[in-house]
Design a protein around this ligand. Structure first.
Ligand code: B16
Ligand code: MG
Length: 218
């Protein structure tokens, strides 16, 4: 099978923002009076802001109205945006830039498939927006991961089939979305959380596209 495209998740794959989302949610939980652990946070990765809050409130066994939830989402986003204020290209995860260049040289199409409504802002801050031929973010979907919509729209815009496209994801929900869409999957993180992917690696450092092609079940 010849690979024609790659679709990248943003937070936790391209850039080190997953920890800022976690810190912001931790602050919300602390203010609500409970501890928000890393294990709990793992279940929030890849899902929309509102769905994340719904999940967080479940952990704290707290009821809020829709309006209160919208307000808490705003507070969380303000905390998150504050933490981005000093962000620049140094936040790009190791090996990512080199890997993207290698794809480009090999004429592999490249898209972004993120749940984040802040994706364009983050890409601008780290100066990497032009690397993506197509960008699908939280503003362009109606259904949150684990629904495959974000990746299917990405593949459609790139004019490639999911079977010839690799999705890179750091979250369980994101992998579910890619698998449901029929994509080839690479988990970015550890095997324990992402074992359902076709291949799992800690990141892009010292990883070449050719190597990846040799280890994926194509
Ligand atoms: P925002 P990704 C996701 O981005 C994050 O993993 C998730 O933690 C976050 O809640 C979601 O974006 C929404 O982000 O609040 O910025 O709209 O991993 O799909 O790139
Ligand atoms: Mg992610």
């Amino acid at each position: 099978m010849k690979i024609e495209a790659c679709i990248f998740d943003l937070d936790g794959v391209i850039v080190d923002t997953a920890r800022y989302h976690y810190k912001a949610w931790q602050k919300i939980a602390t203010d609500l009076g409970f501890d928000f652990t890393e294990e709990m946070n793992e279940t929030l990765k890849g899902i929309s802001r509102y769905d994340s809050l719904t999940q967080l409130l479940k952990f704290g066994q707290i009821q809020k109205s829709h309006e209160e939830k919208l307000e808490l989402c705003k507070v969380k986003n303000d905390i998150y945006l504050d933490s981005l204020s000093e962000m620049d290209e140094s936040a790009i995860l190791p090996g990512v830039t080199k890997f993207l260049t290698e794809l480009d040289n090999a004429n592999i199409k490249i898209a972004l498939g993120s749940a984040s409504k802040n994706a364009i802002k983050v890409l601008d801050l780290i100066g990497i927006k032009d690397s993506f031929g197509v960008i699908i973010d939280g503003n362009g979907v109606t259904k949150s991961k684990p629904d495959p919509e974000v990746f299917l729209i990405g593949a459609e815009r790139l004019k490639v089939s999911p079977q010839k496209t690799i999705v890179f994801e750091d979250s369980d929900k994101g992998l579910d979305a890619a698998i449901a869409g029929g994509f080839i999957t690479v988990g970015i993180g550890n095997d324990e959380n992402l074992g359902k992917a076709d291949y799992v690696m800690p990141g892009f450092e010292n990883v070449s596209f050719d190597h990846l092609l040799s280890v994926l079940p194509l």
